[in-house]
Design a binder for this molecule. Structure first.
Ligand code: ZN
Length: 70
C-alpha cells in the first residue's frame, strides 16, 4: 500500500481525487448507519479508500463512504 499523502488533517484519496478526512471503522459505521462488518466489506471490495495505521488499525475515507449506496 502506498504511503498516504497528508495535508493538515486530511489525506489524499485516489478514489475521490481529493483530500478527505479519515474515519475509524467504528465511527464510519455509525455515520453510514451500517455495521463494522459492512465497512470492512467496502474496504475488501475496494469501494472505499483505506489507510493502515500502525500495522493493523484501518482508517477509511469519509468521502468514499458518503458515495456508497445501500
Ligand atoms: Zn475517498
Amino acid at each position: 500500500m502506498a504511503h498516504p499523502i497528508v495535508r493538515n488533517d486530511q489525506v489524499w484519496c485516489p478514489l475521490c481525487k481529493d483530500y478527505a478526512y479519515l474515519l475509524k471503522i467504528i465511527k464510519a459505521a455509525k455515520l453510514a448507519d451500517v455495521s463494522c462488518k459492512t465497512i470492512y466489506r467496502y474496504v475488501e471490495e475496494g469501494k472505499v479508500y483505506s489507510v493502515k495505521i500502525a500495522g493493523s488499525t484501518i482508517r477509511i475515507c469519509s468521502s468514499c463512504l458518503l458515495t456508497q449506496g445501500n
